[in-house]
Write a protein that binds this ligand. Structure first.
Ligand SMILES: [Zn+2]
Length: 318
């Protein structure tokens, strides 16, 4: 049996999958991201460990996909800048390939999640998709005509820094009124904390919607900023479906209902695209990384089988 590795290196959590080439998930795990001055030896050791683990399960690893946030030069696999990881000009693909025996490919975490949504998730078979991941930060994957848009510098989809409230509150990026200021997990927690002096996470703020007027106000700001961003994105890209992913989707209807309503209200002359929450859970980026490894290994044809069987959908509990 052959298998691929998918590794999703996030600012706080690193997720890993070992997926057989027929789509069966052999192993999944999540662990805190190790922040090292030079992350390459640690990541290489991680890939070696997962390769050995696959061998224990009777599978030979034929490729690894590693995805990260930030600005990634797709042609070279160099991470130009990833603020949450503290990486600048890191030769991720070349540096890992020097250190491990299995073929390595790299990509952008949210674009990989978009690929997974197209293969297996809420956008299966759809050629024009906007995936918005709302976690600590906000980023999007733009799939147009079946092709993931990367942009001139690899920075397509950085909608988290679209100024949805011109002249609004200051963003850590230096601009004012960015979407992330109002609607990211960090933004919701910070804005609630600034009003109440209480350090609650975004999830805790959502949990207080029934009993806390400040929580309702901060959350209403978040969902209306998201809806406004989606209005602009819809007019720009005309997606057939909008998929919301990332940690804040745990809010469920508290997120989906106001965003749907705000998007519909913001579009007067055309119908809004349908908006869905991801069905793939927090491992969508990791699944996309594994899919990138499949394509890199010349096994892209097998991905249709993954979709048919719906087998690689992880439990999300690993
Ligand atoms: Zn910003």
């Amino acid at each position: 049996m052959n298998a691929v590795l998918g590794l999703d290196v996030g600012g706080t959590t690193t997720k890993a999958l070992v997926v057989a080439t027929d789509g069966t998930v052999l192993h999944e795990e999540r662990r805190p991201t190790a922040h090292a001055t030079d992350p390459l030896p640690g990541l290489a050791a991680e890939l070696d460990r997962l390769t050995a683990l696959a061998a224990d399960r009777g599978a030979a690893v034929v490729g690894a996909g590693v995805v990260t946030p930030g600005l990634i030069e797709e042609s070279t696999g160099t991470v130009r800048y990833a603020s949450n990881l503290g990486w600048r000009d890191l030769p991720l693909r070349a540096g890992l390939q020097e250190r491990v025996a299995v073929p390595v490919t790299t990509g952008h975490d949210v674009r990989a999640a978009g690929l997974a949504e197209q293969l297996l998730g809420a956008a299966t078979g759809v050629a024009d998709v906007l995936l918005l991941t709302i976690g600590t930060g906000i980023a999007s994957a733009l799939v147009s005509g079946g092709r993931a848009l990367t942009g001139g510098t690899g920075a397509a989809g950085e909608v988290g820094h679209a100024p949805v409230r011109p002249g609004g509150e200051l963003c850590p990026c230096g601009q004012r009124g960015c979407l992330e200021v109002y609607a990211s997990g960090a933004g919701v927690a910070r804005r609630y904390g600034a009003r109440t002096g209480t350090a609650f996470s975004a999830a805790e703020v959502v949990g207080r919607l029934g009993s806390d007027a400040v929580a309702r106000e901060v959350w209403a700001d978040a969902t209306s900023a998201l809806a406004d961003a989606l209005v602009t994105a819809t007019l720009l890209l005309d997606p057939s479906v909008v998929v919301l992913g990332g940690g804040l989707t745990a809010a469920g209807a508290d997120l989906l209902d106001p965003v749907r309503a705000g998007l519909a209200a913001g579009l007067t002359w055309r119908p809004p695209p349908p908006v869905h929450l991801t069905g793939l859970g927090p491992l969508a980026g990791c699944l996309g990384a594994a899919a990138l490894a499949m394509t890199h290994a010349g096994l892209g044809d097998h991905l249709a089988g993954w979709a048919r069987g719906r087998r690689p959908v992880p439990t999300g509990t690993g």
